[in-house]
Design a protein around this ligand. Structure first.
Ligand code: GAP
Length: 485
């Protein structure tokens, strides 16, 4: 699939628009159109439902070491600045950046993307390859967006837009334990906006400056943490495949020891072969990380670093005091059955809602052939979304705008609308109406025709197989419901 075709369909059919497009757009920011907002909402709802609301804490899930509980949070985007100092983001959340000083270029590139970036000078080559290129040495650039809280506008009032949702969960760990009856092992889920001032946002929404994350912080006893890591890695992989990402374009990749963060004892990425990547390359959809006790300890004790023995200890400033002081709050956990007190280990499945949406869009895009109104085969573009995430579940058409057909079709549409997103269309040839719904990814089209007037049945057409069958008007809602959930 060529990426340009998908980008063009996304704009034409209202999945995605460039932010502030009428003013020339803003690099790294995207708006979801009428179809896109439904698609992304369905993906986020599926995640929340599958991970949180429909989780059964009484039964041991397949592959899990024991039963576990799941709950949720919705934290603020701007948090106390100390959060980011203790988490390490203030010092370490940097990419290396290279600037080009050449007149007419003044390009800015991520140092590790130079080879795959385009120099703005013509003829365009990679930065550094054009005769006029004058690149700086790589230097650090912190990706957090800074803002000012309150009216004074001084540096003391500086705060940051969160670059991940995870920290809101860690700093509320104690609140959740104290205000609910959750017992370890349990997970806290959160979805919401995150912001990163990416040096080179690119590849459509893949690397944006404003995006949404769907993160779980799973708290467990250190002795079982390895098993829980494996459980979450496999469970998250299964979630994507069940929603329709194909096996050969999706892979689970365990990080090598040298790729692991300084605190991590295991990380795997779920990756997708996006069409904008070169053959054989994969882009990250989600990371599942074993984070040990790094996060809770950081927020208790202060920013941690690895010492010469490889153990985590509080980083000291030049005055011999902790460089960034922790909260001093006790974030340990006491098991009320064994009386053991310990700092829980954390497994973090961290997904991007926009990257997942992009992967589902890429996977869905299909070109095949379907007969037109005269029975002649025509190329059609069809978005083969899993019915659960399809923006519109069913479209209803009267074959013609007369003989009482629109009235029956409107009644069916109103009945469907109470349960799902549905669409009513009476304009133009029925073949064209089918094509429009194929491009929107609507799994079922319901058509009221001449036979409906005599036997009260309608046709239902399946988007992918093009099969049509008849059902009674009164059974349409149940028929669609049984196929989309
Ligand atoms: N709390 C861990 C964390 O934030 P991450 O790998 O930096 O880990 C998790 O981000 C997920 O967030 C990624 O797998 C990706 O899906 C999404 N993500 C990260 N940066 C992004 C960006 N600039 N644009 C879109 N999605 C992004």
């Amino acid at each position: 699939m060529e990426m340009e075709k998908l980008v063009s369909l996304c704009k034409r059919r209202g999945f995605l628009f460039q932010s502030s497009e009428i003013y020339g757009g803003l690099n790294g920011f995207w708006d979801y159109g009428p179809l896109g907002v439904e698609l992304k909402r369905n993906i986020k709802d599926a995640w929340w439902q599958d991970m949180v609301t429909s989780h059964d804490e009484l039964t041991v899930a397949e592959g899990a070491p024991s039963t576990h509980e799941m709950t949720g949070l919705d934290c603020t985007i701007i948090m106390h600045p100390q959060v980011w100092k203790c988490s390490g983001h203030y010092d370490l959340f940097c990419d290396m950046m290279v600037d080009c000083r050449a007149e007419g270029c003044k390009g800015r590139f991520r140092a590790d993307h130079v080879a795959t970036s385009q120099c703005p000078l013509k003829p365009s080559k990679a930065p550094g390859e054009h005769g006029k290129c004058d690149l700086t040495e790589p230097r650090e650039f912190n990706l957090m967006f800074k803002t000012i809280v309150g009216a004074m506008g001084t540096e003391e009032d500086a705060a940051f837009l969160r670059p991940e949702t995870a920290q809101g969960i860690f700093v509320n760990f104690k609140n959740v334990v104290d205000s609910t009856r959750v017992r370890i092992p349990f997970g806290i889920a959160q979805m919401g906006k995150s912001f990163r001032n990416e040096i080179t946002p690119r590849n459509f929404t893949f690397r944006s400056r404003e995006f949404e994350q769907m993160e779980i912080e799973f708290f467990c006893h250190p002795d079982t943490s390895r098993e829980w890591y494996e459980y979450w890695r496999d469970r998250r992989m299964k979630w994507y495949t069940e929603l329709g990402l194909a096996g050969n374009r999706l892979r689970l990749r365990e990080h090598d020891a040298e790729e692991l963060s300084h605190y991590s004892c295991g990380t795997a990425d779920i990756e997708y072969a996006f069409p904008f990547l070169t053959a054989g390359e994969y882009g990250e959809l989600e990371g599942i990380a074993h984070r040990g006790d790094f996060d809770l300890r950081s927020h208790m004790e202060g920013k941690l670093v690895k010492n010469a023995e490889g153990c985590l200890e509080v980083e000291m400033g030049p005055d011999g005091k902790p460089k960034y002081k922790g909260s001093g709050r006790d974030l340990t956990y006491r098991d009320d059955q064994t009386n053991e007190r310990f700092t829980p280990h954390v497994i973090e499945p961290s997904a991007g809602a926009d990257r997942a949406t992009l992967a589902f869009l890429c996977e869905a895009y299909t070109e095949d052939e379907a007969p037109d109104d005269k029975g002649k085969l025509q190329t059609r573009v069809v978005m083969k979304f899993h019915p659960r995430i399809a923006p519109i579940k069913a479209a209803v058409f009267p074959l013609v705008k007369k003989d009482g057909m629109p009235e029956i079709a409107r009644d069916i549409y109103r009945a469907l609308k109470k349960r799902f997103t549905a669409f009513y269309d009476e304009k133009g040839a029925v073949g064209r109406r089918y094509r429009r719904q194929d491009e929107a990814g609507t799994p079922f089209c319901v058509t009221v025709d001449g036979q409906t007037l005599t036997d009260q049945t309608v046709t239902i057409r399946d988007r992918d197989s093009l099969k049509q069958w008849r059902v009674k008007v009164e059974d349409v809602v149940d028929e669609i419901a049984s196929r989309v959930s």
